[in-house]
Write a protein that binds this ligand. Structure first.
Ligand SMILES: [Mn+2]
Length: 337
């Protein structure tokens, strides 16, 4: 059905959420490959925001991913628009006004989704699948298309990051598609993407973040205060979940007027439920799947007092949701072990 749709079009524009992550980039690159090899149409990837994490920058560099900024694109050059790893209406996604999104491929659940079936002809949203790259990889697999090394490696890395090496939110299809892709990937390139060198500023931010960790029984909170990027908030959340005894992590950080939140839970946990409970009193938007969730809250006034109040409200809500109200936080380094 996706193939039938694409075959009636001339040029495809592929969009994703702001500050694209490996799964969104992998899904986009894979979809462009599918359009070209299975449907014979050319396409272009356009992004908003920045490629933030060192690994993501290495992915773009090592795989020579071509993309344009969305504001530099002439929309009238395209007669088909796809949104991957996100959906119309999501707060971290910009779709120019008046654009008809024809294709939506995603694996998130979010109350903000504004899907109009009379506009979007192809919708594939499967929250039980670990990565959007898996969905796109399965199109190539099922069409009997041999992906290029570039597309296979991008899709493979996308699935690996969203599923934490097939350990989180993983489905049978994720495993099957990784097996299929593994025949075509470049392992040297994958290694270069996985372990890039990191700027000194990264370690400075990390040191600062660790000084703000608040430990409760099974629950860890960390508000980075004013910070550099939403990716850093997510990265700290991933790292803190690895601490022994931690069942759930709730991290946040202010960038400009937006307070970004990342939630991680142990396997089988309900990260989306926790982020919704945490943001209950706030005017914001959040989404997630399984043990991973993220969201943002826009604040009118980004002064320290407003920030502190917001942090306190979130902490109170999260403690209540986790049933640890009334206990006191321990700071990292203050406990005995
Ligand atoms: Mn994803």
């Amino acid at each position: 059905m996706l193939r039938d749709l694409l075959r009636t079009r001339q040029r495809l524009l592929v969009l994703t959420h702001n500050n694209p992550d490996p799964d969104s980039l992998g899904g986009a690159i894979g979809l462009m490959e599918f359009a070209r090899l299975a449907c014979g149409i050319e396409s272009k990837l356009a992004i908003t925001g920045k490629i933030l994490r060192a690994e993501n920058q290495a992915m773009v560099r090592e795989l020579a991913v071509e993309m344009d900024r969305l504001d530099a694109i002439k929309l009238s050059d395209y007669d088909c628009v796809a949104l991957v790893d996100t959906q119309p209406g999501f707060s971290h996604t910009f779709v120019p006004a008046g654009t008809n999104v024809d294709i939506v491929i995603d694996h998130h659940v979010c109350d903000d989704a504004k899907l109009d079936p009379s506009v979007t002809a192809f919708v594939d949203v499967r929250p039980d699948i670990g990565a959007t790259s898996t969905l796109v990889g399965s199109y190539l697999m099922n069409a009997g298309v041999e992906p290029s090394t570039q597309a296979a490696t991008a899709l493979h890395y996308g699935i690996r990051t969203d599923t934490a090496d097939l350990s989180r939110n993983v489905s049978e299809l994720d495993v099957e598609v990784v097996d299929f892709l593994s025949h075509y990937i470049d392992r040297q390139t994958l290694a270069a993407i996985t372990n890039p060198s990191l700027p000194v500023a990264y370690f400075r931010t990390l040191k600062d973040a660790l000084s703000k960790v608040r430990l409760y029984d099974g629950l860890t909170l960390c508000s980075l205060g004013r910070t550099t990027s939403a990716e850093m908030v997510a990265e700290v959340a991933d790292l803190l979940l690895r601490m022994e005894g931690v069942k759930a992590v709730f991290c946040g950080g202010l960038i400009g007027q937006s307070y970004y939140v990342s939630v991680r839970t142990e396997v089988g946990g309900d990260a989306w439920g926790l982020i919704k409970a945490g943001m209950d009193t706030e005017d914001g938007s959040c989404g997630g799947h399984g043990s991973v969730a993220g969201g943002s809250i826009t604040i009118d006034c980004a002064d320290s007092r407003t920030l502190r109040r917001l942090e306190r409200r979130l902490e109170r809500n999260v403690l209540k949701a986790m049933g640890v109200s009334g206990s006191n936080a321990v700071k990292l380094g203050e406990d005995d072990d």
